[in-house]
Design a protein around this ligand. Sequence first.
Ligand SMILES: [Zn+2]
Length: 253
Amino acid sequence: MPHIAMLSTNQDNYAYILRLDGGIIAIDPGEAEPVFAYLEEEKCGLDLILNTHMHHDHCQGNIALKQATGCKVMGSDERIPRIDEVLTPGDKLPTPAQTLQILSTPGHTLKDCCYYLPPQGEHPGALFCGDTLFSGGCGRVFEGSVEQLFQSLQSIAALPPATLLYCGHEYTLDNYRFAEHIQPESLAVRRKRQQVEKLRRSKEPTLPVSLKEEMVTNPFLRPHDSALRHALRMEESTDLEVFTALRQRKNRF
Ligand SMILES: [Zn+2]
């Protein structure tokens, strides 16, 4: 069974430690210190770093961690610091990451990827989705196009509904405030915002969350939804037009 630990880094980032048969992987170590502290506490080494994209708050820890542990660094963008191998979808990852699959998810940057761990035994599977998808929201478009990001979210939406999402930031409360602002009539969204607010009041993380849950309340995964379209007065628009309007309004929120 996989074991996943979440570590707070920087202001509001999460790095993840994934323990699989054969070794230990750090995903998006935006800072080295919390990872070093984990390795010391657990008395273990680090075999591999995987990065979802090249932004500093996701890979700044690569340098010190690689230097101290000799781990390999992989990701889908050659701009990632200390990268050993640039990955493309379909590539077979080395041990201990051999069960992970690479999903190409451009939009936030041109070369974002997500790492998908398929279900294993009782574990429903996990997606490490960086800044592509957040609970209640999605990443900003820095280098790619809104259409690319839309397609990337569609490919995530096609994963098994029980998949647990491990996102790159704790942005959930802000995202659900926006979702409620857009759709004040939605009871599901209001309940979700209240639940998230309660967790944050006691400084608890709001992640992971299941894809199934997000499909009900995250507006960026629901551009087809008639109540959302009605709230936006975009009943006649395409899904991409609704998604684009949501992204633009969130940028200004
Ligand atoms: Zn980013």
